[in-house]
Design a protein around this ligand. Structure first.
Ligand code: HGY
Ligand code: MN
Ligand code: MN
Length: 406
């Protein structure tokens, strides 16, 4: 059995056009107007595929395919996210959602009568760019964050998530966690270079690295850029730059990765020494002990730096997700299905955070990766060839069919 590759790619390319602004950047931040447009389009495709569409209180969307014979059995869930980062690619998350809908459509067209219902999830705020933490909708679904707390979260633009979900018409009614899947499987692009460089078609994702986010605020002293001697400066901007260099040297030793992706100076004027630098640190490592060790090393360095530069440094925890092992049995099914289609498959660790890492808290979970050309992602140049998407979706179909008895 094969999915309808043409239909899948049409859906990916159509969804990919939603949220492209006049400046050509694709932006569908969680609960924004462009996110609503994407949600409406995906919900429409779910209905076309004969799925019952249900929205939960954190705005997660579920397309449910059940039959009179199987409706009392535990469902299998697939899915991912359609919210994006700023100036995003078109495959991240969307492939997993649209391939999930494609599976339901193909199985129905082929007259399949699965023994279990199949549900396609679209999780709210996977990216965490507007509201923190990331993977928020799946974290709430898995019971790792209260729905009330998540709905009350304040965005980088000062908006409240719950109010925004209401405004865009996705303030759902059912409680997150209302469906208890017996397994979860997510198809996703690798977003890294390994499979492309090494020539693999399929990744059986067995693990996902730990992710720690924190916001750091450095308070120094604004002063004249010309008249203030170097030795008398308390330059928050310089201190922030030193943190970035220190973190790079730290993770080069620990085998982790570190990203300072946001930075805001005050007063942010060309001829004023910054009085304040506010930035985020995204620290990741597949090894929990090393990740925790780096956190301690960094905390000690911030204290030392505050003394050296005569500045005040405070840090606020944003997320703290440990590494997550995925289900060995499902990984083996992925490898078997890839081999049966003569596709080259290898085990992978996910460098990115994923909704699957949250669903792994409540049921056996794994992921299937397809390659990202040159490993580019979170960038409009993100690209996975049509055939690679179709290969991934067909392996996805084979594994899901086996697991739901279709
Ligand atoms: O941050 C991540 O790794 C994911 O893209 N949200
Ligand atoms: Mn993603
Ligand atoms: Mn992403």
């Amino acid at each position: 059995m094969e999915i309808n590759g043409k239909r899948l790619m049409e859906h990916i390319n159509t969804l990919g056009k939603i949220g492209i602004g006049e400046d050509g950047r694709r932006i569908r931040l969680a609960a924004s107007d462009t996110n609503r447009q994407g949600r409406d389009q995906v919900a429409a495709w779910m209905k076309e595929a004969g799925l019952q569409v249900v929205v939960d209180r954190i705005g997660n969307i579920f397309g449910i395919w059940e039959t009179p014979e199987n409706k009392d059995r535990a469902p299998m869930m697939v899915g991912s996210h359609i919210d994006t980062v700023i100036n995003a690619g078109q495959y991240d998350g969307c492939l997993g959602v649209l391939a999930g809908i494609e599976l339901c459509q193909t199985l129905q067209e082929q007259g399949a009568r699965p023994k279990h219902p199949l549900v396609v999830g679209v999780f709210t705020n996977e990216e965490g760019v507007r509201y923190s933490p990331d993977m928020m909708g799946s974290l709430v679904y898995a019971g790792g964050l209260s729905c009330e707390e998540a709905l009350a979260s304040v965005g980088t633009d000062g908006t409240i998530l719950g109010e925004e979900l209401k405004r865009i018409g996705y303030e759902g009614t059912v409680d997150p966690g209302f469906l208890k899947p017996f397994a979860f499987l997510e198809l996703h692009i690798e977003q890294g270079p390994i499979m492309d460089v090494e020539g693999y078609d399929i990744g059986a994702v067995e693990n996902l690295q730990g992710i720690h986010w924190q916001q750091v605020t450095i308070k120094g002293a604004a002063n004249h850029a010309g008249t203030t001697p170097t030795r008398l400066r308390h330059d928050a901007g310089l201190a922030a730059a030193k943190v970035n260099v220190f973190c790079r040297q730290m993770v080069e030793k620990s085998g982790g990765v570190c990203t300072i992706g946001t930075m805001a100076y005050q007063p942010n004027a060309v001829n004023v020494i910054p009085s304040e630098a506010k930035f985020t640190i995204d620290l990741r490592n597949p090894d929990k002990a090393r990740l925790d060790g780096d956190e301690e090393i960094l905390a000690a360095y911030l204290e030392q730096l505050a003394q050296e530069e005569g500045v005040e440094i405070t840090a606020k925890r944003m997320t703290c997700f440990d590494p997550v092992p995925f289900d060995e049995g499902i990984c083996q099914k992925v490898e078997k299905a890839a081999a049966a289609r003569n596709l080259k498959c290898r085990r992978m660790v996910s460098g990115a955070g994923q909704d699957a890492q949250m669903m792994a808290r409540i049921c056996p979970t794994a992921m299937i990766f397809v390659p990202s050309v040159k490993g580019i992602s979170h960038n409009p140049a993100e690209y996975t060839p049509d055939q690679a998407c179709i290969n991934g979706a067909n392996v996805f179909l084979d594994v899901v069919r086996e697991m739901i008895g279709a």
